[in-house]
Design a protein around this ligand. Structure first.
Ligand SMILES: [Zn+2]
Length: 351
């Protein structure tokens, strides 16, 4: 007890003769880091990556606009409706957002939240209101759906795949909203580690993490009790960001003020990523079970920028390392990711 959270890293040094320097002997450094909660490892190494401009997003938006199932003139006709006993009228509306069933469900309660009537927003122009409406609609839907899943002890998972490099199949901003008794692998492991941490140390991991990271090299900013940082063990090739909702464990617990504060922070971070030429991401809100006590876990949002490593050849930014070896891999240090986003955070605060 009393010992601080451990940020463990192992340095690696590869020796080679570099043809770019007349075959001089060089050492190339890389690093393996261990997530302080789960122990999951992640590699940080240098990789040939030339900054490339995003594809023509306006053209992508225009080409998908006329067939889009989530645009206002088609959404009523082509999206499914929930049974009346779950949602009166079949679809839940909140501001500009509409929640309806996923036509290709992957659980008992599998919804989609179209976040706004607008078909496309560039990443540096996503309006706070679209995030607020989408997330508030997802929360309201999960509050209704929760009771019917695992006797009220299931999980409400909200995710957002933005633009095609993320795996998102529709350009129109939309979130997936799933109420499930079947907790996905990464979340199950994280919750088990959080449970063990609380039992071992008597305090939840999130509280210790925020204490250790606050105002440090991986800190991005904080608003309304929601802290943003770059995780010590990164998840994506160009790093990632996380938001920790202190005192909240599930999306169903979020107040309107929490959602507004989160949306403000997310917009700032998205602008910071867009300023670096990024144009696609995955977002996942990692909850504990509905109504879970005692508090072992804080609701956490993971934001993972996605891109094509080589757009001309459509080279994906995930490969065997991520998918088959479950090893994260990054070309950038989280401390550098945080420094850039911190700058963007204060710049947008001044606006
Ligand atoms: Zn649309």
């Amino acid at each position: 007890m009393g010992d601080s959270i451990e940020f463990r890293a192992e340095k690696k040094r590869a020796r080679l003769h570099d043809p770019r320097r007349g075959f001089a002997a060089v050492e190339v450094e890389s690093e393996v880091r261990f997530d302080p909660l789960t122990g999951n490892s992640a590699r940080i190494c240098h990789f040939a990556y030339n900054d490339t401009r995003p594809p023509d997003l306006a053209e992508m938006a225009a080409a998908t606009r006329t067939e889009c199932p989530f645009c206002p003139e088609r959404i009523e006709a082509v999206t499914p409706r929930f049974p009346e006993e779950l949602i009166a009228g079949g679809r839940l509306r909140r501001g500009g957002a509409v929640v309806f069933p996923n036509l290709f469900p992957y659980d008992d309660v599998s919804g989609v939240a179209a976040m706004c009537p607008e078909h496309f927003f560039a990443m540096d122009a996503v309006p706070t209101q679209a995030i607020v409406d989408g997330l508030a609609a997802a929360r309201d839907f999960l509050r209704i759906a929760a009771a019917g899943v695992a006797g009220g002890a299931g999980y409400g998972i909200v995710t957002w795949n933005y633009m095609p490099a993320s795996g998102g199949s529709q350009v129109h901003p939309h979130m997936q909203v799933v109420a499930t008794a079947s907790v996905p692998n990464a979340l199950r492991r994280e919750l088990a580690a959080a449970e063990a941490w609380l039992a071992r140390r008597g305090r939840p991991f999130a509280a210790e993490l925020l204490e250790a990271e606050r105002d440090g090299p991986r800190w991005i900013g904080e608003e309304g009790g929601i802290a943003w940082l770059a995780p010590f063990a990164p998840s994506g090739l160009l790093g990632d960001a996380a938001a920790v909702f202190a005192g909240r464990a599930a999306v169903t617990e979020l107040t309107d003020a929490d959602i507004a504060a989160f949306a403000n922070g997310l917009v700032r971070v998205l602008r910071g990523l867009a300023a670096q030429g990024l144009w696609s991401f995955n977002l996942c809100l990692m909850p504990d079970a509905f109504g879970r006590r005692p508090r072992r876990h804080a609701l956490t949002a993971r934001l993972l920028p996605r891109f094509y490593l080589n757009p001309r050849l459509h080279v994906s930014d995930v490969a065997y390392m991520h998918l088959l070896l479950e090893e994260r891999f990054s070309m950038t240090y989280p401390e550098d990711v945080a420094a850039r986003l911190r700058e963007a955070w204060s710049a947008s605060q001044e606006h």
